[in-house]
Write a protein that binds this ligand. Structure first.
Ligand code: RET
Length: 263
């Protein structure tokens, strides 16, 4: 979606998004799925009493709370802008639709995925906090990469920085939490979630690289938007349902007992 205009009003951006059925569809499907996931959580977790189990479920729930808001922001045009790409970019000089709200809101949604995973592995607060800090850093630098219009070199510098932060998270999941989950007796569920998370999370930087923000090998915005939407289905909703189903069964390995969380 390319336009040669300096700036568009939100109404015009909204009209552009609705004007592309494929683009609007990729956003609407996520609004619907996030809503359905929230309803499913309420149903699956209806009998959970244990406080630690509730904390894990709450964290999983907040992933969809952020997601439904994030996609509403994109659909309405609040978090979408047309940006002129710098010299050296594949679309240099053109006004490109940037759905930058994604990267901003991932800074709020991915911490909840990591908190739920870390708690399932019965990790400690410092390690979970580290993963949260690095995912925020990863997404804010990813946002900076998308919004940088001064220099193509700086866009890629942000991208590399973001990727380094990503590797810290990958290390924590594959190394620290994998060992801790074994000790805690949650390897069965953690192993499944780990595979789904690692594979899908690596997809996001690939889509960024291939899409209009990167090399523009996927020349239309709806293409990367659908790719992100499909990654989200697994990285968020499938992962959420697996977590809530497991925790709701009341395994001793995840419960906290009567005093958990009391002060
Ligand atoms: C960016 C671009 C810069 C390099 C890297 C990225 C990684 C993004 C990831 C996003 C995961 C998002 C999820 C969202 C769920 O709500 C920012 C694309 C490394 C890993 C799981």
């Amino acid at each position: 979606m390319l336009l040669n205009m300096d700036s568009l009003t939100q109404t015009e951006v909204f009209a552009d998004i609705l004007g592309s059925e494929l683009l609007a569809g990729s956003l609407l499907i996520n609004i619907a799925l996030a809503g359905l996931t929230l309803l499913a959580i309420v149903y699956l977790a209806r009998d959970v009493e244990d406080t630690r189990s509730k904390a894990i479920i709450l964290s999983a729930m907040l992933i969809s709370v952020v997601s439904i808001s994030s996609y509403t922001g994109l659909l309405s045009g609040v978090t979408v802008s047309y940006l002129e790409m710098p010299a050296g970019h594949a679309l240099a000089g053109e006004e490109v639709m940037s759905m930058w709200g994604r990267y901003l809101t991932w800074a709020f949604s991915t911490p909840f995925i990591l908190i739920a995973l870390g708690m399932l592995a019965r990790s400690d607060k410092v390690t979970i906090g580290t993963s949260v800090a690095f995912t925020i850093a990863m997404n804010v630098t990813g946002l900076a990469a998308a919004l940088t219009t001064s220099s193509v070199v700086l866009r890629w510098f942000w991208y590399v920085l973001s990727s380094v932060f990503f590797l810290v998270i990958v290390y924590i999941i594959l190394n620290t939490w994998t060992k801790e989950a074994e000790e805690a007796g949650t390897s069965d569920i953690f192993g499944k979630l780990k595979i789904l998370t690692i594979i899908t999370w690596f997809g996001y930087p690939v889509v960024w690289f291939l899409g209009v923000e990167g090399m523009a090998y996927l020349p239309e915005v709806w293409m990367s938007s659908w790719a992100y939407s499909l990654l989200d289905v697994v990285a968020k909703y499938v992962v959420t349902i697996l977590i809530v189903q497991y925790v709701a069964k009341g395994h001793d390995a995840v419960t906290g007992g009567d005093d958990y969380g009391s002060v």
